[in-house]
Design a protein around this ligand. Sequence first.
Ligand code: HEM
Length: 223
Amino acid sequence: MSNIFASSVGKKLIMSLAGLFLIVFLIVHLSINLSLIFSDSRESFNKFAHFMSSNLIIKFLEIILFGGFILHMLYAFYLQIKNWIARGRGYKVANYSQTSFFSKFMIHTAVVLLVFLIIHLSDFYFKAKFFGDVPSVFYNGKTYHDLGILVIEKFKMPGFVIFYIVCFIFLAFHLLHGFWSAFQTLGLDHKVYTPVIKAIGIIYTILITAGFMLIPIYIYYIM
Ligand code: HEM
């Protein structure tokens, strides 16, 4: 087992599994966020956000989520640096295949996404979790954080909307290669299934990116 963590192939395997977990997280996160614009009030969104931050099972999954993010990033940077050093010496590290157009920019898009995440988490998550300076709202006599109003206030600022849209474009670049690459690392190399996974990856990326983009655009222009 310790060999898995030590070897480059093992690290890439864990990076892929963590990446797949994050791919699922994005579906859940987007579904919750869309409730902010597809329901009449902020109530469903605030209740979902409350459920996500108070339910014990979700709290456990959150540890896996942040662990997954950290492992995914650390191993990606480690393997990339190893690859650069190896290339400097005239050879390439095993199986860190850089084949498609998007694959060449994984590390660059990753750096942008890391900056995005730091800003994003400090604007919403850390504020709600640790600093408490989030307005409160009452539904049926129970107090909730009004995260919905926080999101709406942010997306009424044009600079913020542009920053998010640009970051989502980088996210799309990252996912376009990351999605099928994760399956490839897990051993999928098949005449029929590989093109299918690639097609699902493209559809997933378009839907997720368009869904995330819709939120700031809708809030800015319509809400
Ligand atoms: C329009 C797009 C987005 C909006 C409005 C949004 C909104 C939010 C809000 C309000 C929270 C705090 C939830 C809470 O504390 O209960 C949050 C947390 C978080 N967001 Fe986003 N988010 C967006 C896009 C993204 C994207 C693209 C990513 C990843 C690349 C992401 C990653 C996270 C993570 C890791 C957390 C902390 C874990 C969690 O609370 O679920 N978000 N987001």
